[in-house]
Design a binder for this molecule. Structure first.
Ligand SMILES: Nc1ncnc2c1ncn2[C@@H]1O[C@H](COP(=O)(O)OP(=O)(O)OP(=O)(O)O)[C@@H](O)[C@H]1O
Ligand SMILES: [Mg+2]
Length: 291
């Protein structure tokens, strides 16, 4: 074991009494809606509550790895891409000597970083016969990561490709940040269809939609208010009222903390308190997976 044992309120596995961690993805096929921002700060909010947290950067843009200030020379250039390739027996000829212990970056919150090679994930996996959508899930299982962490948070790319399908098939819950505009409503419907398609594959259960979070909201814009109202009714119709969280407004503190590669919890000043509370609410929602 390379982790200390800490008490937590995790659920129990059906077949043995060992606690089992939960996996959550921050998803939206649209770019720039706050997936990475929410993933990073929610991971720190869970850490503040005493949980063991791992983030996995599933995006070839590697923005989350950047926020963690990770230099890939720390991992000999390897990332989640190499670990997933190494976990597929059929791809033996592409295996690299990288071990998870070399790629895992330890900190208050641990990270498995991304690198640009991840953009070739779909092509790399094309020749395999096994289920291509279960590579990440099996990687997590084989490495026993669910018993080493209370929560594993995935930052997804802005697509609906194989990386996102792998994420959806590996998670217990999803969180969907969005910007309130006309495109978001169509995107949301498309997103629900994708979850239904995953369910229809009959291999895994579709994950629980834990929350939708309006982000970068500017309530001085009338049109935005109208769009948010429309999206709100789509979400409430589909999932009920409790799945729409309070909006995040455009906050200079988020820009400032990210520029310094810090979470909002690294700042004690009064101006950061409302953000602490908002991210702590996301952590509360994630904890409901254990109830
Ligand atoms: N509430 C906010 N207030 C101010 N800036 C924000 C807020 N949320 C996100 N940002 C900024 O908006 C930009 C996009 O956010 P982020 O990278 O988290 O989105 P994303 O959905 O992960 O994007 P991509 O799809 O490209 O991965 C970043 O520069 C981030 O700092
Ligand atoms: Mg991102």
């Amino acid at each position: 074991m390379f982790f200390k044992n800490k008490s937590s309120n995790q659920s129990k596995d059906k077949f043995n009494d060992a606690p089992k961690g939960k996996v959550i993805a921050f998803l939206n096929q649209k770019g720039g809606v706050g997936k990475t921002t929410m993933c990073f700060n929610s991971a720190h909010a869970l850490r503040e509550k005493g949980h063991r947290v791992l983030c996995i950067d599933m995006d070839p843009q590697a923005n989350l790895s950047l926020l963690f200030d990770v230099d890939l020379s720390e991992t000999n250039g390897a990332s989640i891409h190499h670990l997933m390739v190494n976990s597929v027996r059929e791809l033996k000829s592409l295996h690299t000597p990288n071990l998870i212990s070399d790629v895992l970056v330890k900190g208050d919150v641990d990270l498995i970083p991304a690198c640009q090679d991840l953009s070739g994930f779909e092509l790399t996996m094309a020749p395999i016969n096994g289920p291509r959508q279960l590579i990440l899930r099996r990687f997590l299982e084989k490495n026993d990561l669910l018993s080493k962490y209370d929560y594993i948070l995935l930052d997804c790319p802005p697509t609906l490709g194989l990386l996102v399908i792998n994420s959806v098939c590996a998670v217990d819950g999803v969180i969907v940040p969005f910007r309130p505009d006309d495109f978001s409503k169509k995107g949301l419907l498309h997103f629900y269809e994708m979850l239904e398609d995953v369910e229809d594959m009959g291999i895994v259960n579709s994950p629980k939609i834990l929350a939708h979070i309006p982000n970068l909201v500017d309530n001085r814009r009338k049109q935005e208010e109208l769009d948010l109202e429309e999206i709100r009714s789509v979400i409430i119709d589909k999932l009920g009222e409790d799945r729409l969280l309070e909006p995040f407004y455009n906050r200079a503190q988020l820009v400032k903390s990210q520029a310094s590669r810090k979470s909002v919890y690294d700042y004690g000043s009064k101006e950061f308190k409302p953000l602490h509370q908002q991210f702590s609410k996301i952590a509360d929602v994630i904890e409901t997976l254990n109830h």
